[in-house]
Design a protein around this ligand. Structure first.
Ligand code: NAG
Ligand code: NAG
Ligand code: NAG
Ligand code: NAG
Ligand code: NAG
Ligand code: NAG
Ligand code: NAG
Ligand code: NAG
Ligand code: NAG
Ligand code: NAG
Ligand code: NAG
Ligand code: NAG
Length: 612
């Protein structure tokens, strides 16, 4: 961010002398503006999802999607994954129950239910997550050869937050392309197709030319003017939304990046994604994004016992899926339809608020972490520019704002029951950077969570802190969620090397405890004894060349397929049993439901890969 200081100075100077520049005339401004209309007859905004974990309910849309996916997509997806595993040499030693369960011998209800969670950590996390998904993708021949390809297609859920939300959202809205097509584009995009992540254009300063960057920031501010004029608060998160949209939504490629006559993804709503082909055919894992809330009423004694927590663990965590926005946390247990995000009553309905860029920004807004009273910080300066151009009273420009649809609900437990607005911030600000919470919601019946962690600590390698924070949060919600035991301090994670190899947690917990099995894959070290590390770039690196991304994806592929690698006289070797061991973990809860004992290769695999 430091390098934007000059730019912002330039901006302040420019703006002071030509106030008429900002008029909200950009093509994207109209497309970004929410619309108000009378609500449909008999409309009821809020759905009570239940505050008691044993009786919570899913939306009708999600229920139907999951059930149709289970009957139409999962049988072939599990068969394809199984044949990918069986293509590896060690698979002949697998106990018969693995092929029995995945082959459908026990029926569709006996399949494992898999959820993937991909972490925050900026572009680094988006890219590491993309590399792991690529290694799990049945469309990638190398992944199939490694015996891991096909798990992505067999996953029921895909959760993301912050940098992970950029990955999940861009993938979902581009109709589920392969990872190379997602990251680099196909070279055939236009103003409606997906042009790739455009990562060589910086997220805040796309150009090396200050004049170009200044015009760019002004353009982006102009694009949120329509929303403001319609009476909705706009903040840094809206600016961020319009920026992210040029990278992680359809409508922008290298050729039209600065073209002000195209909408750059404005108008694409999250709730419209069910119309895409890979949704109507149930091919996509069901996407879920997370956002933390930043409340004036929060309990400031309930932070995670780690560094850098900005949000207490007891604040509600909000999720956004294509059907609903709200929280399953027991203090709230309520949702509204995502297409009516922005609405607060049953009379006047707001639509077009749930723009994909804005949803990504809600999940990835860290601006409240900057001290905006330090007047020489770039964030402070940008806030100053906004205050001047878009004056609003009683609005915190550093958070994402959603009109509060849950006013008056659960006054005894819901801290924001009296607030006009929900203040949403980066989903990792409570230190839980891997978005595990939605996969612990009991009614979703997730058996196994594949957690991808690329949050930053020292040298930008992980240390288990995100999962430690999740374990700490569980202590506040014992009746609601179940989570397998993990080491409570990062020194154990690091000393035991749990971040440098896939580690499984919860192998001893029985299904009776309700805790899913956790497959943890961290960005903890370069792969296979490589000495040059490419995957631990800084969160503040906001642009990447194609070569850098290729190098990261390639190393991530090895990290995701090596298992517990070993050093031999020939050099480093991937664990030849890893694909089988992973399959053992994937089916383990389903095995237990069938009252089958763990045996053979699966017994030795889990002994090696499980933390105990
Ligand atoms: C499969 O993944 C490898 C490793 O990242 C990559 O080099 C290759 O381009 C991918 N192939 C396809 C078809 O996506
Ligand atoms: C985005 O573009 C892809 C093609 O690149 C297309 O298949 C998909 O339907 C588009 N998504 C939206 C929301 O327009
Ligand atoms: C900006 O400059 C760097 C270093 O000179 C160069 O690698 C990069 O391609 C330039 N970026 C753009 C968008 O021109
Ligand atoms: C899906 O497409 C149909 C037909 O074009 C349209 O009427 C409907 O509004 C769309 N649904 C969403 C959620 O955008
Ligand atoms: C705030 O959190 C602390 C630590 O968990 C707890 O002891 C205290 O009771 C909480 N206070 C309120 C008002 O909930
Ligand atoms: C481990 O956690 C402590 C306390 O949060 C922190 O100070 C330290 O930097 C962490 N270690 C690493 C290697 O990240
Ligand atoms: C309902 O919401 C609309 C849009 O925010 C607002 O203008 C209107 O005053 C609200 N009506 C009531 C009765 O609160
Ligand atoms: C923010 O900066 C001001 C001015 O340096 C300082 O007085 C204040 O304590 C800082 N606030 C925080 C929360 O660090
Ligand atoms: C802001 O000013 C302080 C004190 O003069 C200085 O230490 C700090 O480096 C400056 N920060 C930036 C971002 O320029
Ligand atoms: C990446 O890790 C290597 C080895 O641990 C370290 O030397 C390097 O400084 C790290 N890079 C960044 C950007 O943190
Ligand atoms: C497994 O055993 C439990 C307890 O004996 C029984 O209730 C359940 O029906 C059995 N499940 C299967 C699939 O046989
Ligand atoms: C799991 O069970 C094994 C064998 O009973 C035991 O050695 C191990 O310590 C247990 N692990 C945990 C995490 O409880």
């Amino acid at each position: 961010m430091q390098s934007s200081v000059l730019l912002i100075h330039a901006l302040v100077v420019l703006v002071c002398c030509s106030p008429l520049l900002v008029t909200g005339q950009a093509a994207a401004a109209a497309a970004y503006t929410p619309q108000l209309a009378p609500c449909p007859a008999g409309f009821s905004l809020v759905r009570d999802a239940g505050t008691d974990a044993t009786s919570q309910t899913l939306s009708q849309g999600e229920r139907e999607y999951i059930s149709a996916k289970q009957s139409t997509v999962l049988p072939d997806a599990w068969t394809a994954y199984l044949s990918s595993v069986e293509g590896t040499t060690s698979a002949s030693s697998l106990p018969a129950y693995v092929s029995g369960i995945l082959g459908g011998n026990y029926g569709q209800t006996a399949y494992p239910r898999l959820g993937i969670a991909t972490s925050g950590g900026g572009y680094r996390a988006a890219t590491f997550g993309a590399g792991v998904l690529n290694a799990l993708d049945g469309r990638n021949a190398s992944a199939v050869a490694a015996g891991t390809g096909g798990l992505l297609q067999a996953a029921t859920y895909l959760a993301g937050l912050s940098g992970g939300s950029w990955l999940v959202t861009s993938l979902a809205q581009a109709d589920f392309p392969t990872i190379p097509d997602l990251v680099f584009g196909t070279g055939t995009s236009d103003t409606t197709g997906f042009g790739g992540w455009n990562a060589d254009f910086g997220l805040i300063e796309p150009s090396n030319d200050t004049i170009v960057n200044t015009a760019y920031v002004l353009e982006v501010i102009e694009e949120v003017e329509g929303k403001h004029a319609e009476g909705f608060p706009v903040t840094m998160s809206d600016i961020w939304a319009r920026t992210l949209s040029r990278h992680f939504a359809n409508g922008t490629d290298a050729a039209n990046f600065y073209d002000t006559t195209v909408t750059h993804g404005a108008g694409i709503t999250f709730s419209s994604l069910p119309n895409l082909t890979t949704f109507t055919t149930y091919v996509q894992p069901f996407p879920i994004l997370l956002s933390d809330s930043f409340s004036p009423n929060e309990n400031t004694s309930a932070y995670a016992n780690l560094e850098d927590a900005y949000v207490p663990l007891t604040n509600p965590i909000y999720e956004i899926n294509v059907y609903e926005f709200g929280s399953y946390d027991p203090m709230l247990g309520a949702f509204i339809p995502t297409d009516y995000l922005g609405t607060t009553n049953n009379t006047i309905c707001v639509t077009n608020y749930d723009q994909v860029g804005f949803i990504e920004a809600l999940s990835a807004s860290l601006f409240n972490e900057y001290n905006t009273s330090v007047t020489n910080s770039s964030i402070a300066e940008l806030v100053e520019v906004m205050e001047e151009l878009i004056p609003e009273s009683d609005i915190d420009y550093t958070v994402g704002i959603v009109p509060n649809p849950f006013q008056g609900l659960h006054p005894d437990t819901f801290i924001d029951t009296d607030e006009t607005y929900l203040q949403l911030v980066d989903g990792g600000e409570d230190d839980e950077t891997v978005p595990i919470q939605p996969l612990l919601v009991k009614t979703r019946e997730v058996d196994v969570i594949f957690a991808i962690d690329a949050v930053n600590t020292e040298y930008n390698w992980v240390d288990g802190s995100s999962v430690i924070a999740t374990q700490e949060r569980m202590a506040y919600f014992t009746g609601t969620y179940s989570f397998p035991p993990v080491p409570p301090d990062n020194s154990t994670w690091l000393a035991e090397g749990l971040t440098e190899r896939p580690t499984f947690f919860g192998c001893n917990s029985s299904t009776a405890s309700g805790a899913p099995l956790l497959i943890y894959l961290g960005n903890g070290a370069p792969p296979l004894g490589e000495t040059t590390a490419y995957t631990n770039t800084s969160t503040s690196q906001l642009s990447y060349s194609a070569d850098e991304l290729e190098a990261m994806l390639s190393q991530t592929f090895d990290i995701a397929t090596q298992g517990i690698a070993s050093e031999t006289t020939e050099g480093w070797e991937k664990d030849p049993e890893y694909a089988s061991c992973l399959a053992c973990a994937v089916v383990d809860r389903a095995r237990e439901r069938q009252n089958i004992s763990r045996s053979g290769l699966c017994a030795s695999c889990l002994e090696r890969y499980c933390w105990s």
